[in-house]
Design a protein around this ligand. Structure first.
Ligand SMILES: [Cu+2]
Length: 175
């Protein structure tokens, strides 16, 4: 946790999340490097099928052009896949973020590399955990629907629709 690279990443993630300087993320040096360090996925001969549920996005906080989006991805076939990136129609940029504790014991957001999803359990993006940080999307309000895609290494581009809502989807079956 004390590697210089990670600390630099945390600092950059903060700048991107804080909204003070939303363009800071454009200059993130580590972005491309993160995926390059990942080992290739094993080829088990089965093309995975990813089931995406609970796809939603928060309305923009007043005066901000940054919001967060969430989903749950689960393999319905195959053993492993990897979420490379998310794209959202109309957004300038989408980053994958998570939270971690800083040296002062405070939770901070930071960017995360591509995330594996396996048949051991779902890959969950939810408030307080992993989330998509959505930059430069024209203002959305409760009740809107926003189109996007999740891009997986093996199963490819999966279209999704983000329901704009203040609260997470309530039905346990959504997850
Ligand atoms: Cu964030």
């Amino acid at each position: 946790m004390r590697a210089p690279g990670l600390i630099a990443l945390l600092a950059l993630g903060l700048a991107a999340c804080g909204g003070e300087a939303p363009d800071a993320g454009h200059t993130m040096a580590g972005h491309g490097d993160m995926s390059a360090e990942l080992a290739p996925l094993p080829d088990d001969g089965v093309t995975p099928v990813v089931d995406i549920r609970a796809v939603w996005m928060r309305p923009h906080p007043g005066g901000r052009d940054v919001t967060a989006a969430y989903f749950t991805a689960r393999l319905s076939e195959g053993e492993i896949d990897r979420l490379l990136e998310a794209r959202i129609e109309g957004a300038e940029r989408v980053e994958m973020h998570s939270h971690s504790m800083n040296s002062e014991g405070m939770m901070q957001m930071h960017q995360i590399p591509p995330q594996d999803v396996t048949n051991a359990g779902p890959l969950v993006f939810t408030p307080g955990g992993r989330h998509l940080m959505v930059f430069g999307l024209p203002t959305v309000v409760e009740g809107d629907a926003v189109q996007g895609v999740l891009v997986f290494e093996r199963s490819g581009v999966v279209p999704v629709t983000f329901a704009v809502r203040n609260m997470p989807p309530g039905q346990p079956s959504d997850y």
